[in-house]
Ligand binder design. Structure first.
Ligand SMILES: [Zn+2]
Length: 305
């Protein structure tokens, strides 16, 4: 069964009109971007090293509100060589942080006719709660296969044993929630973890590569088949990162390195012409990267129905 954009009549689907999934093919690989919902976050987090007036001007030019706006939260499902691979898992539930419009992944996978028991592998770009939390929702683990493999960089698991929050700039409550969720996740899924150092082919043509920066074990996942390529960049790139790649995002644990990772990745994608999808770019977040001197430009694909 291939992944598609059409609804499945007769199947229980979410009673909402919000577009929540977008399917495309990369050669022989099926790719489905699924929205986990949105996270309203304060705008200072876009670039805590930026001048407040310059940040305000960027928001104004983008027709975004000055204080807080909704960040998209995208997850990707991939089918290749008989494997079904989930790239990240969304936020799940966090009653303490009041983020009720995220954590939609499980419902939306069901709406797309995807059985959790069909997932053979999960790849985590990193262990922030908006990327692992979906697996901690009540009842989810019981629906997953007992032999599910969860691929994550060894450096990421090590980092969360004693995480350094000295360079981040997050709203109150977030550091504790992130620490707690990562710890719970590592404990709950320890026997499923498959650690890699720098690079790992998870399924045919689906390769995770550690970048570091955002977190020490942050990785991106490139899908390549039939001369086409798409990179899921996790949190290496944010919406502001094309105009201001040197702005420090509040969630970055090593913001200087994160900025270097971002520029390198955007240059690579601009040169190759391959597609980019990233967790927090506006849904469905499928597009190309153009470059002009030191500035990048996000060019979303035309929707294909
Ligand atoms: Zn994130």
């Amino acid at each position: 069964m291939s992944l598609d954009n059409t609804s499945h009549p007769g199947r229980r689907s979410a009673d909402e009109l919000v577009p929540s999934r977008y399917a495309l093919k990369i050669g022989d690989i099926d790719v489905l971007v699924v929205s986990d919902g949105v996270l309203p976050l304060p705008t200072a987090m876009l670039g805590h090293n930026a001048d407040a007036a310059v940040r305000a001007a960027w928001l104004d030019e983008m027709f975004l509100p000055p204080d807080a706006f909704d960040w998209a939260l995208n997850v990707v499902l991939v089918r290749s060589g008989g494997q079904t691979v989930l790239l990240d898992a969304g936020l799940g539930l966090d009653p303490d942080l009041n983020l009720p419009r995220a954590g939609q992944l499980i419902k939306r996978l069901e709406g797309a006719g995807i059985d959790l028991g069909s997932v053979t592998d999960v790849v985590l770009t990193h262990m922030h709660m908006d990327h692992v939390g979906g697996l901690l929702v009540d009842g989810v683990k019981e629906k997953l296969r007992p032999d599910l493999r969860i691929h994550v960089a060894a450096a990421e698991v090590k980092f969360w044993e004693a995480p350094d929050f000295s360079h981040v700039s997050m709203p109150p409550g977030f550091p504790d929630a992130l620490r707690e969720t990562a710890k719970r996740f590592a404990k709950e899924y320890r026997s499923h973890l498959r650690l890699f150092d720098e690079e790992h082919e998870v399924a045919p043509g689906v390769v995770a590569r550690r970048t570091g920066g955002h977190t020490p074990g942050h990785c991106v996942i490139r899908m390549a088949s039939g001369g086409q390529g798409l990179t899921f960049a996790g949190d290496a790139v944010f919406a502001v990162g094309f105009d201001h790649p040197d702005w420090y995002n509040g969630f970055e644990h090593d913001p200087e390195e994160a900025a270097r990772v971002r520029v390198r990745l955007l240059r690579e994608l601009a040169a190759s012409g391959e597609l980019l999808v990233a967790t927090h770019l506006p849904f469905p977040s499928v597009g190309h990267v153009a470059v002009d001197g030191d500035h990048f430009r996000w060019v979303p694909v035309f929707w294909d129905y």
